[in-house]
Ligand binder design. Sequence first.
Ligand SMILES: Nc1ncnc2c1ncn2[C@@H]1O[C@H](COP(=O)(O)OP(=O)(O)OP(=O)(O)O)[C@@H](O)[C@H]1O
Length: 454
Amino acid sequence: MSALATGTDAAPVSPGGALARGPQMAPGDVLVELRGVGKDYPLAQGWRRWALLWSAWRRQPPAGAVFTALDGVDLTLRRGQSLGVIGVNGAGKSTLLKLVAGVARPTRGQVLRHARVAALLELGAGFHPEYSGRDNALLACALQGLSAAQARAALPEILAFADIGAHIDLPLKTYSSGMVVRLGFAVMTVLRPQVLITDEVLAVGDEAFQKKCMAWMERYLADGGTLLLVSHGMYHVQKLCAHALWLHQGRVQAYGDALAVTRDYLAWHEQRMARSAAVTAPPAEAAALQQAGAAAPYRVLHAWVNGAPASDGVVVATGQPLTVSGVVLAPDGGDPHVAVGWARADGSAIYGTVTDMAGVRVQRLDAQHHGFALRFESLPLLPGRYELRLHAMDPPALRLFDHVHIPVQVVGDTRELGVVRLPHRWLAVPPDGAPDPAVGWPGWPLCDNSAFDR
Ligand SMILES: Nc1ncnc2c1ncn2[C@@H]1O[C@H](COP(=O)(O)OP(=O)(O)OP(=O)(O)O)[C@@H](O)[C@H]1O
């Protein structure tokens, strides 16, 4: 079930916090502020838990062990801002929302609210299970300060948005969790809070309802609303939010542009998954890899990307040229081959090529050293973190001997999804008439995305 919570704390308007971004606004535009906020939960059970609650009630430091769910969080939420809160399970996202909504108190620091805040928080609280959906909707409106007449007038809009048919007159305890969220969100749409806080609402409804909620939130934001959204779906955060806050173990790991923060988060996630996969890799595989590295007569001695040493860190824009070059050592005087590949941050391969495949020989520089250079005219990788991999190979190009992994950050403004940019064209479809069964729609180019330099 969904809980609809509100809170307003009259408090003096104060200057923006350290994390404030975007255009300078008047102090009156600050809606919610968190200053050095921390939240501890007691770890103890039974009587010790009651003792800890007692000390909390008396505002005394807890005598026993506590779990710190949030610590040192500064945040300024301004009018019209859309902020996505991301992080792994248990990172403290819901705790942060509860503090902002005023349904939980901070253990440390201050939460200042200068606006009416409506929070569609956890499933399982807020509505009364014995009342019908209709009565719960009216009750929720009344709790949010609407008069009985205003609540009745809002009801048709709520029912239309919730779209749960005859269930609306059945007790809430008979609803599925998705139906409860539909009703909770529908009530919220008529309240139009100054600050809307939603926790994973978009994960519960079916696809059609998700789209309806997304469209509503987009309109709400376009009309000047302010959104604080917790989501594990980076697509939702990128689509709805201008900014993102990444929480990790109760602390702010990153804050800034939603695209940049979500990409960093995804890359970190991939690396984490890769590390845990490596830990569980069969020992025989790991040993074989180590052996290949140990017996490496052919080696990549130097590598440069776009003319700078690869060790300097590589940042390149999507669609721009990238040249990787280097020197390979072949102690036996043989003619080595070179393999160049791209992998995602989690290690999964994207692309690879070998000088041998192209019938190319590396350039002999002296008896043992060979130079190579490979140019990607317009790098099709979408923004994110990748690895450029270089390997020295033996003269028959049968064995890989060296593994040089160069971290590369690809940057760009595009919101396209995935790993690589596939050249494409959107085609116009005639306004009337059926598609030709042989060719589908005989379209003509509407939007040509086949080149990068559009
Ligand atoms: N009432 C509570 N008592 C004790 N510990 C709690 C309580 N509420 C939350 N926690 C703990 O605080 C930490 C943060 O919880 P929180 O629900 O804020 O995380 P989250 O980022 O929202 O996670 P998820 O993505 O799984 O919903 C977790 O380790 C959780 O177990």
